[in-house]
Ligand binder design. Structure first.
Ligand code: NAP
Ligand code: F7E
Length: 324
């Protein structure tokens, strides 16, 4: 029988890569989309005729129950969230509703409609926040530093709780930052590569950023969605850290991205208080040995390759947009 997966957050970065990957595996893919006044299918328009899009919202449990009843998926990937850390400081309650309580709504819908469904929760390295151990692994205690991080800790533990209380096949992937040319423009990597491309093409003359010393373990989103799928193919549900094991500063990201087009970032980057956060996550670096040993997963794209790929993609995009 053809496997059927429901993806929440299919219009987002990871949702689009996961949908492509599952189609390649022969899945029937259902993508949950929320109502908006304009269409936002840029990331999935190339596969739109091969997937089914169905309306629903993590804020509305009835819509989730209805979706599960109608499509009867065998696997559910919960990628939907208010995922931008900065916004979580200005909209903490909303972030808690979607990114935190939204997970309970979906788990409850699964429990009610079909407890055999296998469930993936998009947990985050932001849960480690002010890290108490380096590198961070599955057993590292959480110390979130933003309303987003706090909401993800809630989502993580409610996933564990439903696994232990109701015997659901519920897994939590603790993914470290992963990027791509499809990354939202507000996240620092894409903001930099898009800014570099604008400057190189004469469309801008500076790039305003916040804290350049923050360090992140950055991987490639396409590599990471495979790990989500692998977690749901195991005999037992479990939680896994997914990371590259290497960390780099925002400053270093700038250096490589500007360097790729023959520019020196120090001539263009301006530090701006507006992009600093009330509480910062200074250093993240993950230990993915459990995923390597149990899932056979490992990253396939280096940091330098990722940065260059993103700069090249933004140059191409802007040249098309501006007919250059
Ligand atoms: P993203 O690009 O911001 O996508 C978020 C998705 O969630 C979008 O499709 C968005 O729909 C949808 N969404 C937001 N609120 C919703 C709601 N109330 N109901 C239904 N859908 C809603 O995020 P991403 O980078 O792909 O990340 C995917 C997931 O992994 C998120 O849960 C994120 O928190 C988590 N995560 C990401 C990273 C990373 O580095 N990328 C690392 C760890 C964990 P619209 O398009 O309509 O806005
Ligand atoms: O910030 C610093 C900023 O917004 C990275 C989400 O996918 O990954 C992401 O969260 C760092 C921070 O990602 C700017 O202060 C400096 O230290 O790209 P970001 P994030 O906060 O790490 C985790 C794993 C998730 O789960 C989240 O959903 O860069 N930084 N200057 C800046 N950041 C932004 N956005 N903009 C700046 O101008």
């Amino acid at each position: 029988m053809k496997k059927r997966a429901l993806i929440t957050g299919i219009t987002g970065q990871d949702g689009s890569y996961l949908a492509e990957f599952l189609l390649e595996q022969g899945y029937e893919v259902i993508g949950m989309i929320r109502r908006s006044s304009t269409v936002n299918f840029e990331r999935i328009k190339h596969i739109q005729d091969r997937i089914t899009l169905a309306p629903g919202d993590l804020m509305d449990e009835v819509s989730l129950i209805g979706l599960l009843r109608e499509y009867r998926p065998t696997e559910v990937y919960n990628l939907a969230a208010q995922s931008f850390v900065q916004t979580s400081f200005s909209q903490p309650v909303f972030t808690g509703e979607v990114t935190g309580l939204g997970v309970t709504r979906l788990l409850d819908a699964i429990r009610i409609v079909d407890p055999e469904i296998r469930f993936y929760q998009a947990s985050s390295s932001e849960m480690f926040g002010k890290v108490v151990e380096v590198p961070q692994r599955e057993t590292t205690p959480f110390y979130p530093r933003s309303p987003y991080g706090v909401a993800k800790v809630y989502g993580h533990w409610i996933t564990v709780n439903y696994r232990e209380s109701y015997n659901l096949f519920a897994c939590s992937g603790i993914l470290f930052n992963h990027e791509s040319p499809r990354r939202g423009l507000e996240f620092v990597t894409r903001k930099i590569t898009h800014g570099v491309a604008q400057i190189k093409l004469g469309l801008a003359n500076e790039l305003r950023l916040g804290n350049l010393e923050a360090q992140r373990d950055w991987g490639y989103a396409r590599d990471y969605v495979k790990a989500m799928w692998l977690m749901l193919q195991q005999d037992q549900p479990d939680d896994y850290v997914i990371a590259t094991g290497q960390t780099h500063s925002v400053r270093r990201f700038c250096e490589i991205a500007f360097g790729h087009v023959g520019l020196d970032y120090r001539d263009y980057v301006v530090q701006d208080e507006r992009f600093y956060r009330p509480a910062e996550v200074d250093l993240l670096v993950g230990d993915a040995s459990k995923a390597r040993e149990k899932l056979g997963w490992q990253p396939e794209t280096s940091f330098e390759e990722l940065v260059q790929m993103m700069v090249e993609a933004d140059l191409k995009l802007l040249k098309q947009e501006h007919r250059l």
